[in-house]
Design a protein around this ligand. Structure first.
Ligand code: PMV
Length: 316
């Protein structure tokens, strides 16, 4: 029976995407740059079947659920005329308790799996453009390592896609400090729309992020953790500042989020090179190098440490 499997890692943006200039095509207001999460991601298997169906982590997904409608909408956009019925099995290796979004790795793995199953032979650029339409940050989850999503200017989105940076950094480590793993109150989609349309600080965001992206790209090439971490942390805090200034205010943090951020600055004052970033949720991700793994484990015993450059081999 015809079967294909594809894996895609989750990713964390260092220079973040927050705000769309086109809602239907998920076109961003600014470029962004991320690091993948290695073995935390999504494996998607597509098998020829008698009926269309979806399972998520082994459980059947109701046909009329929002999740199923989003997936089949995406399949219809990717393969408008299809004669074969398919069973789509999605397995997230992102532990639910880590509270990390899985839509980026989910749509990236689905894009790669559909491309192989239907033998579309699309280029990486075309795949990134499709994945972007499933979920913006999914266009960055097609690769391991550092990935840049160029903003583009074309109204049809043909120049808004991601590409991997041809460099690694084997000593770089990430840690996920889970504050709360329950579903967030407002989706990223709604949160960015609310911020863009009501925050008086929002107009400052796109240009500053483009500048941060340049600094972060240069810091990666120079393997300069200080410059990378300082800029990524400032970018994340600015994103949250635009939300806090929205009317009404939008705050994804909990008091533990702030406590973790205070601990990170205290550790830095004590000489440890550790930096934080926070996506649209309460959980904190840390950036440091392998030399400080033990010190990070001592300060955050429950945090999950990740080597982004050790990648699982699950494609087939
Ligand atoms: O791709 P979305 O719609 O889930 O939005 C992602 C938004 C952030 O995670 C906050 C930032 C980013 O660039 O990933």
């Amino acid at each position: 029976m015809k079967t294909v499997t594809a894996y895609a890692p989750a990713n964390i943006a260092l220079a973040k995407y927050w705000g769309k200039r086109d809602h239907r095509l998920n076109l961003p207001m600014n470029g962004s740059l991320s690091i993948s999460l290695g073995c935390l991601g999504t494996t998607t298997t597509i098998v020829a079947a008698a009926h269309d169906g979806i399972t998520l982590n082994g459980q059947p997904v109701a046909e009329n659920s929002t999740f199923a409608r989003r997936i089949w909408g995406f399949v219809a956009c990717f393969v408008p005329e299809r004669n074969e019925k398919i069973a789509i099995a999605t397995v997230n290796t992102i532990p639910t308790a880590a509270g990390l979004a899985s839509s980026a790795s989910g749509f990236a793995a689905l894009t790669r799996a559909l491309n192989r199953f239907f033998e579309c032979r699309l280029s990486d650029r075309e795949l990134s453009i499709y994945a972007r339409q499933g979920s913006g940050s999914a266009c960055r989850s097609l690769w391991h390592g550092f990935v840049e999503w160029q903003c583009g200017t074309a109204p049809d989105g043909s120049d808004s896609y991601a590409f991997p940076l041809a460099c690694d950094w084997p000593e770089l480590r990430l840690a996920v400090v889970t504050v709360d793993s329950t579903q967030k109150k407002m989706s990223s989609k709604d949160g960015m729309h609310h911020t863009l349309t009501s925050s008086p600080l929002y107009p400052l965001w796109p240009q500053q992020t483009e500048r941060d992206l340049e600094t972060i790209r240069a810091a990666i090439l120079a393997r300069d953790l200080g410059a990378l971490g300082k800029t990524a942390e400032a970018n994340a805090l600015m994103m949250h500042a635009t939300m806090l200034a929205a009317r009404p205010s939008l705050c994804y943090w909990q008091k533990e989020t702030l406590a973790v951020l205070h601990t990170v600055s205290r550790l830095r004052e004590d000489g440890l090179a550790v930096y934080a970033t926070v996506d649209a949720g309460p959980n904190v991700k840390l950036l440091f190098t392998s030399a400080d793994s033990d010190a990070i484990a001592a300060a955050f015993p429950a945090a999950r440490q990740i080597n982004p450059f050790v990648t699982p081999v699950t494609d087939g």
